[in-house]
Design a protein around this ligand. Structure first.
Ligand code: SAM
Length: 287
């Protein structure tokens, strides 16, 4: 039973929460739609892994997460850290929740924490892609369930042949399976962003790509409207490429978004093993 004091304390917290002004520089759009919050929780992979939440904000998603599992949270805004420490006093005392106050990017070494974890977050959009790429490369991160700008979610989840299929799609498909869980309109947030958002899930089954493979992807997709052959020939010898394309039965007119992830890996193997000179020496760009 709540005592009068407790009720008064909660009322004060509520007033404090409502007096917080969202800071644009930290990408603060707080998710208010309870249906979406519940959909995120329902979509969480059923694992024993700890949850990492980046940007707990006012704690609206956090309160659902701590009900399910213990949570390691990272929040850059010191005002919000203080508020969260008050709201979640009990969960912090019982070690259901630990809040790291500071920029998550500074805390991230090769792994963000030293045990297996699932990332569940409504990400700050200005660094969302960077965070997801870090989580994909983090061997301790096993699953990624995040809200981002719809356009970004579509890039991570695209299949080859779709216009938005790009290096992010290939990197993701190389490490796991991705799909969009729910599209979210601006009205679900306070303040409302100008763009649509989406929650998507990546279930990882591998830890990281070869860095050189990712270098090749950057070159392959540099000019998406040009042919893949044209893009790659900036870095690779044309005869090595032609041989590899022929062997893999890839049309020389194919555009970067049309080739499958599997074929990108095959192409990478052939161009890099066939000849160490497959990559042009810098400066030797004539052809
Ligand atoms: N999770 C809350 C929700 O769903 O309402 C807030 C989400 S809001 C889109 C993004 C949150 O990330 C904010 O609380 C913001 O302060 C925090 N944030 C922004 N940049 C950050 C960083 N570099 N490290 C940690 N947190 C950050």
């Amino acid at each position: 039973m709540l005592t009068f004091c407790k009720l008064y304390y909660y009322k004060l917290l509520f007033m404090k929460k409502n007096s917080i002004v969202a800071k644009k520089k930290f990408g603060q759009n707080f998710l208010k739609d309870e249906t979406v919050l519940r959909k995120i929780v329902e979509a969480m992979p059923k694992t024993d892994n700890k949850i990492v939440e980046i940007g707990p904000g006012l704690g609206d998603l956090t309160k659902f997460l701590v009900d399910v599992k213990s949570v390691e949270a990272f929040e850059v805004d010191t005002d919000l850290c203080k508020l969260l420490q008050n709201i979640f006093k009990e969960e912090i005392a019982t070690k259901r929740l630990h809040i790291n106050c500071g920029d998550v990017l500074n805390a991230w070494q090769s792994s963000l924490i030293d045990e297996p974890y699932d990332l569940v977050a409504n990400l700050p959009y200005y660094i969302a892609t960077n965070i997801i790429l870090k989580a994909l490369a983090d061997p301790m991160c096993k699953n990624i369930l995040v809200m981002v700008q719809l356009e970004v979610a579509e890039k991570f989840c695209a299949m080859n042949g779709e216009k938005v299929f790009g290096s992010l799609s290939v990197i993701t498909q190389s490490l796991g399976n991705a799909h969009i869980v729910v599209k979210v309109p601006p009205t679900a947030f306070d303040p409302q962003p100008k763009i649509d958002s989406a929650v998507f899930l990546i279930q990882k089954n591998a830890d990281r790509n070869d860095e050189k493979f990712e270098d090749m992807l950057r070159v392959a997709f540099k000019q998406p409207r040009k042919t893949l052959m044209k893009n790659l020939s900036v870095v690779y010898e044309k005869n090595v490429l032609q041989e590899a394309f022929e062997e893999l039965n890839i049309a020389s007119t194919i555009r970067p978004h049309e080739l499958s992830t599997h074929d990108y890996h095959q192409l990478y193997k052939l161009t890099n093993t066939r000849s160490l000179d497959g990559r042009r020496e810098s400066g030797n760009t004539s052809k």
